[in-house]
Structures are given as structure tokens and as C-alpha cells.
Design a protein around this ligand. Structure first.
Ligand SMILES: [Zn+2]
Length: 367
């Protein structure tokens, strides 16, 4: 590796603290810049450098997985976006259609990650400066305040929230068991208000965990899905209250992703009905658990955001917002409140049979 380049990188990366108040970790962002600087200079990345990349806080999560698909997509996307000799591969991935993306998660990720990496390349220096100058501590405080006022509960400095790991992947963020994992390019593109709302959304998941019934959520896939719909639905009220179209357009999502989300939202009532029907068939023992889960996975694409957000919006419209927020960790009440709202608003209502089944499975855990 070129010594001047190495020296330059060293100055860049030792000048900025990687850990800020032990809450924000940027080591994977820094590794990304190291690897891409090398590729942009037309050099090849050494095994040692890839090891360092793999061991950085956020990428490590994926590098350690037995299934290497995700980390391999990340690395090949880096080579395609920043290496000079992958024009054919680049075009093949960029030509993946919307239909292929909906059907096949690997293809969806390949295209989304590559688009994101190409975008980072277009704003490379600005993102690097942003990384060095942004006040992360102020943002965290503002996001805590935002969540506090949304949920109507005090979230002060004594409330311990998970660390935030920034990295470059696809334009998204998620709450995992050990931390919040957020795409740094998405974060860069957002306005301050969007960043606060986005982080408050992720903090909501983290904060909710302190109230959830873990035994219920992790008992089986069905319970996990039922809970996830409430969890994402209410969280979307924090950052997507103006609707998916505005939110995803504002953060610079491609037209086809905006369309995918808008279509999902529009079909939420029929997806909710399908979800109910599959669960009722299972409750009647007409289908096996595996058959039901296979069907549900198809219906709750992208973690069931669209169904939960649709339900939460109807609850809001019907005037039950405070009841929804009082029971923000109790999935049973979310479905009850949705049904009360649907009755009031003349919308699709979940059947008594479904609600009886839901009551029976949540009885030992909630109410
Ligand atoms: Zn979420």
C-alpha cells in the first residue's frame, strides 16, 4: 500500500474519537473509508485490512454469522462500486427489477446496497467531513426528548439505551439485541428533524424492550410476528407520521422503493385479513405451524411495518391514541384497539374467532 495514502488515512482516523460517550460507535464507518480509499486509488485490499474491516463493531455482527451471504454482498458491493473493473456486474445488479426485488431478498439487498455505495461515492468528501464534525451527543439527547414526549414517559440520562453502531449498508436502520445498527449514508442525507425522529423510532424499540414480555415474544414465530406488527406500527408513528411516500421520498429512496412501500401500505387491510385467515386456519388445526409461518412471512414483508402502521393510523383516527400509547408494549391491546377503531370507522374488522384465539394465547402473558 502507498505510504502517503496510509499516512493520510492514519491522520484522518486517529484525529476523531471512535467512541462518543460510549454510546455511538463509528469504527465500521472508519473501516469503510479505509477500504474504499484503497479501492478508489486502484489498489487491492489486503487480507489484513479486510480482517480489520470484519472486526469493526457493526460489520463484525455480520462477519461472525455462520451464513456469510450478507457480509459477502457488502464486500462484493464495495468492490463493484469502488473498484474500476466491474462494469458488467454493476449493470446486472442495477438492472434487477422491482418484481425480482420483492420476490428475492438477496437480490433486493444486492441492489439496495450497491445503490447506496454508489451514492456514498458521489458525496464521499462531504460524508467524511460530516463524520468528523457532527455532534452526536446533542442528537442523542434530542432523540430521547422526542421519544419522551411521544410516549408520555420520562426518558432521562438514567435510562440506559443500547449503543448505536453506524456503518454503510442499505439505507435503513434496525434495533438488534445488542445495539442499534444504522446506515451512515441514510443518516447523512437526513435533515436534523428526520435524524431525531429516526433515532427516536429506534430508541422506541429499545425502550419498549424494557416493558415487553420476552417469554411471549420469543416463544414462537407466530407470537414474535404478532408483537412485531405492533412494535413497528407504533414506531412508524414517530418518524413516518406524514406517510410512507413523503418519508421515503424525503430520505432519497429510489422511486421503485417508494412505490413498493406505498403499495404495501395500500394493501395493508387485505394483508391484515390474510394474516388473520392463516392464523385462524392454524388455530382450527387445518394447517401446520410451518405452513402458517411460511404464509405469514410472505404477508409481513419488511417486518410487518405496513400492517402495523395502517392499524396505528386507524387507532389514531378513531381517537384511541392515548390508549394505544398506554399499552405500547402489549400486542393484545393493539389488536383490540384496532378493532374498536375499525368498527367506528367502518373498516375491515378482525373476527371474533381470531380475537378469541389471540386472547387465549396472550392470556398467560398479558391483560
Ligand atoms: Zn423499527
Amino acid at each position: 500500500m502507498n505510504k502517503t495514502l496510509l499516512f493520510g488515512l492514519l491522520i484522518i482516523f486517529t484525529n476523531c474519537k471512535i467512541l462518543i460517550a460510549q454510546t455511538v460507535d463509528l469504527s465500521s464507518v472508519d473501516e469503510f473509508f479505509k477500504v474504499t480509499s484503497i479501492l478508489k486509488a486502484g489498489k487491492s485490499v489486503t487480507n489484513e485490512q479486510w480482517d480489520s474491516f470484519d472486526n469493526s463493531a457493526a460489520y463484525r455482527k455480520y462477519a461472525l454469522r455462520e451464513n456469510q451471504t450478507f457480509i459477502e454482498i457488502i464486500k462484493s458491493s464495495l468492490n463493484i462500486a469502488y473498484g474500476k473493473d466491474s462494469i458488467n456486474e454493476r449493470n446486472n445488479i442495477l438492472n434487477i427489477t422491482k418484481e425480482e426485488m420483492i420476490k428475492n431478498t438477496t437480490m433486493l439487498l444486492k441492489k439496495r446496497i450497491l445503490i447506496n455505495y454508489i451514492e456514498v461515492d458521489n458525496h464521499y468528501d462531504s460524508i467524511l467531513i460530516f463524520r468528523q464534525t457532527f455532534d452526536f451527543n446533542a442528537l442523542i439527547e434530542n432523540a430521547k426528548q422526542r421519544l419522551s414526549s411521544f410516549i408520555g414517559m420520562q426518558i432521562d440520562s438514567t435510562t440506559k439505551l443500547k449503543p448505536i453502531y453506524f456503518f454503510f449498508v442499505d439505507a435503513d436502520g434496525g434495533a438488534k439485541d445488542d445495539g442499534l445498527y444504522i446506515d451512515f449514508n441514510l443518516f447523512f442525507k437526513q435533515t436534523d428533524k428526520q435524524r431525531i425522529n429516526f433515532l427516536a423510532h429506534e430508541f422506541f424499540h429499545d425502550f419498549r424492550e424494557k416493558f415487553e414480555n420476552h417469554d411471549f415474544n420469543y416463544k414462537c414465530d407466530l407470537y414474535y410476528i404478532l408483537d412485531m406488527i405492533q412494535n413497528e406500527g407504533i414506531a412508524d408513528m414517530i418518524d413516518k407520521s406524514e406517510g410512507y411516500k413523503k418519508y421515503f421520498s424525503d430520505v432519497g429512496e429510489s422511486d421503485e422503493m417508494v412505490e413498493i412501500w406505498v403499495n404495501l401500505y395500500n394493501q395493508a387491510p387485505s394483508d391484515l385479513e390474510k394474516l388473520q385467515n392463516e392464523i385462524v386456519k392454524y388455530a382450527r388445526k387445518e394447517i401446520s405451524e410451518t405452513e402458517m409461518i411460511d404464509e405469514l412471512i410472505e404477508i409481513v414483508k419488511f417486518n410487518g411495518h405496513h400492517i402495523g402502521f395502517y392499524m396505528a393510523n386507524q387507532i389514531l383516527d378513531a381517537g384511541y391514541e392515548s390508549e394505544m400509547l398506554d399499552t405500547f408494549y402489549n400486542p393484545y391491546w393493539f389488536y383490540v384497539l384496532y378493532n374498536k377503531s375499525a368498527k367506528l370507522l367502518n373498516l375491515f374488522q378482525l373476527s371474533d374467532e381470531f380475537m378469541d384465539y389471540l386472547r387465549s394465547i396472550t392470556k398467560g402473558y398479558y391483560h
